[in-house]
Design a protein around this ligand. Structure first.
Ligand code: RIB
Length: 307
């Protein structure tokens, strides 16, 4: 089983010709309310990829909460660990430009009150995976990671939004997932340079933590146990990149949870991320297992599929 401790947002999405620069106002035709939040997105992505999933986090007691949780409930994600607190449900303000690129501002709201104690609702064991991001309080994320580690579960952190990683974090992690920007920021902070390969290799070699870096149109790479793995990206027509990273992480974690090797998990991650780019919105774009498998088979080498 995968337990996600993370954020739950309602995304307010506007299409714009170009992302506004600082001080600039741009107009969009209207807006859509779409369930989002990196934690919630990754929970649904893993569920749609075939895993059993529970989400632990917090929403307010407002109308946004029901809208934010609707797709998770429809797909049977266990929501017993979602607390209702006296703060507005998290919201994200998203502008998507004509090329499908986005700019996102998150108002944390109830996510700031997510507590690792909520994991008591969904006990973790050695066959389980805890999946974390950085839109909930860092101290609570670390407490959740330590709790899962003590229970023998696998701990996966998606370092998004970008940030530093303490020794305490590195001692607790099994897998770290970064995008290029997060890898560059981490590499600069640790003195290994900004190249994704060098960062992932150093995390693996120095800390014994498997490290994955997603590279957009270049696919993804991973270093684990001194071995480099890679997966190419599918050729796709990009409509909206919102949630593509979450689709990758959810499908990747689901594959690991299913017992696949990291190479096979990478391939499913890039397939899911690519599919998510071809549709609008965060949770509305997340693919299901059959299409992920079909695309992974199309783009992947046979040894990765067996991995
Ligand atoms: O990763 C995409 C997500 O980031 C959006 O759904 C938004 O809510 C923010 O958390």
């Amino acid at each position: 089983m995968i337990v996600v401790f993370g954020s739950i947002n309602l995304d307010l999405v506007t299409e714009v010709a170009a992302i506004p620069r600082p001080g600039e106002t741009v107009l969009g035709p209207g807006y859509a309310k779409i369930p989002g939040g990196k934690g919630a997105n990754q929970a649904l992505a893993a569920r749609r990829a075939g895993a059993r999933v529970a989400l632990v986090g917090a929403t307010g007691r407002d109308d946004f909460a029901e809208a934010a949780l609707a797709l998770l409930a429809a797909d049977d994600v266990d929501l017993t660990g979602v607390a209702r607190v006296e703060a507005p449900t998290g919201a994200a303000f998203i502008a998507v430009d004509a090329r499908g690129e986005n700019a996102i501002v998150v108002a944390s709201g109830a996510n700031a009150f997510a507590r690792a104690d909520g994991l008591a609702a969904v006990p973790l064991g050695p066959n389980d995976t805890l999946l974390l991001q950085r839109e909930t309080p860092d101290a609570e994320n670390l407490a959740a990671a330590r709790r899962a580690k003590a229970a023998g579960a696998r701990v996966v952190l998606n370092l998004a939004p970008a940030g530093a990683l303490s020794e305490a974090w590195l001692r607790t992690l099994d897998v770290l997932v970064l995008n290029e920007h997060e890898a560059a920021a981490l590499g600069a902070a640790t003195g290994v340079g900004s190249a994704p390969d060098a960062v992932a290799r150093a995390i693996d070699a120095r800390h014994g933590v498997a490290c994955v870096v997603t590279l957009g149109a270049e696919g993804a790479i991973a270093w684990t146990g001194g071995v480099r793995r890679e997966a190419p990206a599918p050729t796709i027509e990009v409509v909206d990149t919102t949630g593509a990273g979450d689709a990758f992480v959810g499908a990747f974690a689901a594959a690991l949870d299913h017992g696949l090797h990291i190479g096979g998990a990478l391939l499913r991650g890039v397939a899911a991320g690519g599919l998510a780019c071809t549709r609008h919105g965060a949770q509305t774009s997340l693919p299901r297992a059959p299409e992920i498998e079909a695309l992974a088979l199309k783009i992947g080498a046979a040894d990765l599929i067996r991995g």
